[in-house]
Design a protein around this ligand. Structure first.
Ligand SMILES: *Cc1c(COP(=O)(O)O)cnc(C)c1O
Length: 371
């Protein structure tokens, strides 16, 4: 027994990946398992994704990919955030595919490959309008040329051409068409320069595009949040996805207090009657945002209760009234909603954020328990 745990239903991840695949017939699926599998536990999530039919995995950092390799995951993995000084030799040795959006990085990858005596598999990234990673289209021909030169010397092989959407979760946003146009232009430039063949995978679609933009699927889709059962476009519903994570805690203390009792730091909640308070042993150090103070709801004793007063580092309080709750009783912070508990989407809505932030912040003190 632990004060709190995040229960992860791996069958939900498997089913969600299968559902995502059914929306992208003919395309490969690379699931993003960065940030500890969106908080679900990276290796377990990765295995569930592969069982659900994903052919590939994606991580932000090289170290995340190396961790998957250390845990015995052999599927192809692409890593895409690579500042100077990353362990590229190890990455190439471990068959981790690497994204490059600038010539210096192509060179660094090629040099690592030269040292290890292996051919590095590289995905060239174009910035088609997200304004984040990747090469601006103006610099793209030079990036392609550098990659082709390195490919000719035998140190790298270009196996992917890719980009990332800024607004795929805003249906009809004009930037979607603009980005697709820019991506097609980047693909044409690369093809004309000599990057081609059926082994070159073209990919741009995150979860939102995987589910709503058939023309953005190209050779591979690259979902993340939807694999964990959370909607990439909440306004359009849940797409039949099943949330995989249920975050629970057990009441550490239940006690009777008089009317007028101030609760937690700052006394932001004051009891308006004699009542009982329940202490929930999770706080902002565990990813329960302090901003959830007085906002988010949890489920305990058969009904929902708003957080009473400040969320602290390790704990927060709920007012349980006269309900027969006692120490050790379960509190569900969020789950799939089937028992009446809030969902991660409701937490995100009440905090003005997205579910990505809710699930990825669950801290390392909270064990992940798999079903
Ligand atoms: C995180 C990420 C994804 C997955 O995005 P979702 O919105 O979670 O589907 C795909 N591609 C890249 C480059 C990412 O960083």
């Amino acid at each position: 027994m632990t004060p709190a745990e995040a229960r992860v239903d791996l069958s939900a991840i498997r089913d969600n990946v299968a559902l995502l695949r059914s929306h992208a017939p003919g395309a490969l699926t690379m699931v993003a398992v960065k940030a500890d599998g969106y908080g679900h536990g990276m290796a377990a999530a990765a295995r569930a994704c592969l069982e659900g039919g994903a052919e590939r995995l994606g991580t932000a950092y090289v170290r995340e990919a190396l961790q998957l390799r250390a845990e015995g995951v052999t599927a192809p993995i692409l890593s895409w955030i690579i500042p100077p000084g990353e362990p590229l030799d190890e990455a190439v040795s471990a068959d981790v595919e690497l994204s490059a959006g600038a010539p210096w990085l192509v060179d660094a990858i090629a040099e690592a490959a030269g040292r290890t005596g292996r051919v590095a598999r590289v995905h060239l990234k174009a910035d088609t309008g997200n304004g984040r990673g990747g090469s601006p289209i103006a610099d793209w021909p030079a990036l392609v040329d550098r990659a082709l030169a390195r490919q000719a010397e035998g140190t790298i092989e270009v196996v992917g051409l890719w980009s990332h959407f800024a607004c795929a979760d805003i249906p009809g946003h004009p930037s979607i068409d603009t980005q697709l146009g820019a991506f097609d232009e980047a693909l044409a430039i690369a093809e004309k320069a000599g990057v081609g063949g059926s082994h070159v995978i073209r990919h741009i679609a995150n979860s939102a595009a995987n589910l709503t933009l058939p023309r953005a699927r190209y050779d591979m889709v690259r979902p993340g949040i939807a694999a964990y059962g959370l909607s990439p476009i909440p306004e359009l519903g849940d797409f039949g996805l099943r949330p995989a994570m249920t975050l629970t805690a057990r009441l550490a203390l239940v006690k009777r207090v008089p009317m007028g009792s101030g609760v937690s730091y700052g006394h932001l909640y004051v009891t308006d009657r004699e009542t009982k308070l329940g202490l929930v042993p999770l706080g902002y150090a565990d990813g329960i945002l302090r901003h959830a103070t007085g906002r988010a709801e949890v489920f305990a004793g058969g009904r929902r209760r708003r957080i009473a007063g400040r969320v602290c580092m390790d704990q927060f309080v709920i007012d349980v009234g006269e309900d027969p709750l006692t120490e050790g009783d379960e509190v569900i912070l969020f789950g799939d909603g089937s028992q009446g508990e809030p969902t991660a989407q409701e937490w995100a809505d009440s905090l003005g954020t997205i579910t990505h932030e809710i699930v990825t912040r669950i801290g390392s003190r909270v064990p992940r328990v798999y079903r």
